[in-house]
Design a protein around this ligand. Structure first.
Ligand code: ZN
Length: 193
């Protein structure tokens, strides 16, 4: 089964270039995203919320105009392999997930998805063959109304220069930037200037 405009092997190549390798999750994710896209009314300006940080966000970024950088791709990491595409104004959309009950016909997909097989025991060729054969037939679809917090984007208010580090930051964060308020994800290794 094709993945949108791509053949399975074309998508496999694109996935490898973007993701480092053609992860099974990305291949399955391709079918999930295309299924969801096809269920939205044509011309819908949509955004995406993904319920895992693994693989699936990259399927969205490869097959839609939603990216984390343009803030149209949201990640709410619940550890669930599911993606919703929704009208960015109304929040109405579709959620696509994998239905474990539909995996019995696909032992390699099941072994991989349910982590029943260690990675070394996986037959990658057979797994990819099953993924292509199954396409979106292993998916579950729900109509959903996405929560308000994912609609619209807050705009950055006044920008100020941090009195501590001298970098520009949103003034609404206080008299110093959040980094200087203890939230920086690093400690600097350079000697103090
Ligand atoms: Zn600062």
């Amino acid at each position: 089964m094709n993945i949108g405009a791509y053949t399975f092997s074309q998508f496999n190549e694109i996935a490898e270039k973007f993701h480092g390798y053609a992860a099974p999750g990305l291949l399955v994710g391709g079918y999930m995203v295309e299924l969801a896209k096809g269920l939205l009314p044509e011309e819908t300006l949509f955004e995406a919320v993904v319920e895992t940080g693994k693989c699936l966000p990259d399927a969205v970024q490869l097959l839609t105009l939603c990216s984390t950088g343009n803030r149209r791709l949201h990640i709410r990491d619940l550890g669930l392999y599911a993606v919703s595409l929704y009208d960015k104004k109304t929040g109405v959309g579709v959620r696509v997930s994998i239905d474990p009950a539909k995996l019995y016909a696909y032992p390699e997909i099941r072994g991989w998805f349910m982590k029943e097989k260690p990675k070394q025991a996986q037959d990658v060729e057979e797994l990819e063959r099953e993924i292509e054969q199954a396409g979106h037939c292993i998916c579950k679809v729900q109509r959903v109304q996405i929560d308000k917090e994912f609609l619209g984007h807050g705009h950055m208010g006044t920008v100020s220069v941090c009195s501590c580090c001298g970098e520009a930051y949103p003034l609404e964060h206080g008299s110093q930037c959040l980094g200087c308020q203890g939230q920086a994800p690093y400690t600097t290794l350079d000697p103090e200037a």
